[in-house]
Design a protein around this ligand. Structure first.
Ligand code: SAM
Length: 467
């Protein structure tokens, strides 16, 4: 990911981000940071970049020309015009959700103001997002830019050593994180809570969840209300669990949000990748949910649990195709055996073209690259007689959490590679406390056989993907 900061104080940014995790990510090439000194672009012989404000009033304002010229030069180095953020107390307040959204970008330009701010005309021309880091006024935008870059950078795959830690922190699932302890066990007459020393992971998880809930309820009742709403929807969905595993897992794993819910009508969810999940008691109920939805749903992919709602979606959103799916899920909780004959490991984005050559009917190359960058794809490798390693098959997790994109190259079929790959991903999901699940298109007999072999529960056709 590339950050470019337009500022009057480049050394502040370099100093602030020159240590620790951010600096290591730069060294590893996961993040690039470029600073541009706006003062280098002034046409004023005395290098001034500010002037009095029209209409009077205290303070000086940064002029349009140096800001525009600095920005133009900076964006000229990118292939596509990047998102340009102006940090300002007048923007949308920054939060973890926005950090996750920004982390999807390849390039981000951040413009820092100073004095009373910047001439509005240049902001109108170049800025795509206005972001505030809180309801207070700083003297300049540099600290705000650093806050945003720090929060975004740690979400870029590979930046944190422990990939789990960005998934299980405060705000994930609308809860604050639980209290944590390290050595020594006794300190200042205080003990580490006994449960953490038992080694019983179930008990520890339950204790941590209770602590998180209590903390959030006390400190952030607004967040806690959102958490409770989410739990209510999960409880409602669980009444028809096998139809709704995908929606329940979406909410449990923090991969989506509730757009609309009514206990008599159903639930409408939006997953982070942009697809919409709908379950409704009948067509009229589905229409009511769609009517009440606060977000424009045109152009989106839908996953629905009621066949009769499909014509409604065709008409409302000009969709044209629906494919029925079985839902397969694994609730036994016992890890599966993964044969050691193949080397299974994570695939990086350099495999995009190779995978796309084999698997292109259901995804675009861009979507595949996104999944690879999200570290969501794995490959099985076999070693040829000449000692060369070959990619024999691959599998991945879709953005909504379903296992999928499983393919074994024809010459390697019949050796259990598909089963090994799926078992591998199922075991990974189990360690995170998830219920692994996948969607199998009607007619995909090979996949159905595999799910049954691995002892997954397979429903009748209960879902339709509508595109
Ligand atoms: N006159 C401006 C106003 O009242 O909205 C405040 C200008 S402030 C003194 C100078 C610069 O600091 C701004 O242009 C902005 O870039 C940055 N800044 C100040 N407070 C900020 C905040 N809460 N979030 C993000 N940036 C902020």
């Amino acid at each position: 990911m590339n950050f470019c900061v337009l500022t009057l104080f480049p050394h502040l940014i370099e100093a602030g981000l020159g240590e620790s995790i951010f600096a290591r990510a730069r060294q590893k090439g996961l993040i690039a940071l470029q600073t541009v000194d706006i003062r280098d672009y002034t046409s004023d012989p005395h290098r001034r970049v500010d002037d009095y404000t029209y209409g009077g009033g205290a303070g000086m304002l940064m002029q349009a020309q140096p800001v525009y010229d600095a920005w133009k030069e900076a964006v000229g180095s990118f292939e596509k015009k990047p998102r340009t953020i102006y940090v300002t107390p007048q923007g949308r307040v920054f939060d973890q959700k926005l950090a996750r959204n920004l982390a999807q970008e390849e390039n981000l330009v951040i413009l820092c103001g100073h004095y009373e701010g910047i001439d509005e005309r240049v902001l109108d021309e170049i800025v795509t997002d206005r972001i505030s880091i809180g309801d207070y006024v700083l003297t300049g935008g540099e600290l705000a830019a650093m806050v945003i870059m720090d929060a975004v950078a740690r979400l870029v795959p590979g930046v944190l050593h422990n990939e789990e830690s960005a998934q299980t922190e405060s705000f994930d699932n609308d809860l604050l994180e639980y209290p944590q302890y390290t050595r020594p066990e006794h300190w200042h007459d205080k003990e580490v809570p006994q449960v953490l020393l038992t080694g019983d992971h179930k008990k520890i998880s339950a204790w941590r969840l209770e602590q998180s809930k209590e903390r959030t309820r006390n400190v952030r009742p607004d967040l806690y209300a959102r958490y409770e709403e989410r739990q209510n929807v999960i409880a409602w969905l669980s009444r028809k669990k096998k139809h709704h595993i995908h929606m329940m897992e979406l909410l449990k794993r923090g991969l989506g949000e509730v757009l609309c819910f009514h206990p008599l009508d159903g639930a409408l969810l939006l997953e982070k990748g942009g697809a919409v999940m709908l379950t409704c008691t009948d067509t009229a109920a589905g229409e009511r949910l769609l009517d009440r939805c606060p977000v424009d749903l045109s152009g989106r992919l839908f996953c629905v649990c009621l066949r009769e709602i499909i014509p409604v979606l065709y008409e409302r959103y000009h969709l044209t195709e629906a494919r029925g799916c079985y839902q397969a899920y694994y609730t036994q909780g016992v890890p599966l055996t993964v044969p050691k004959d193949f080397n299974i490991r994570r695939l990086d984005v350099s495999f995009a073209e190779e995978i796309f050559a084999e698997y292109h009917e259901l995804v675009t190359l861009e979507e595949l690259k996104e999944r690879l960058k999200a570290r969501a794809m794995y490959g099985a490798f076999v070693t040829s007689e000449q000692g060369e390693e070959k990619l024999a098959g691959f599998i991945g997790t879709h953005s909504e959490g379903a296992l999928g994109m499983l393919q074994v190259r024809p010459q390697y079929r019949g050796h259990g590679i598909g089963a090994a790959l799926e078992s591998f991903l199922i075991n990974q999901a189990l360690t995170r406390g998830e219920i692994p699940f996948g969607h199998i298109f009607e007619g995909n007999e090979a996949s159905l056989r595999l799910q049954k072999k691995l002892k997954l529960n397979v429903t009748d056709v209960v879902l339709w993907w509508v595109s």
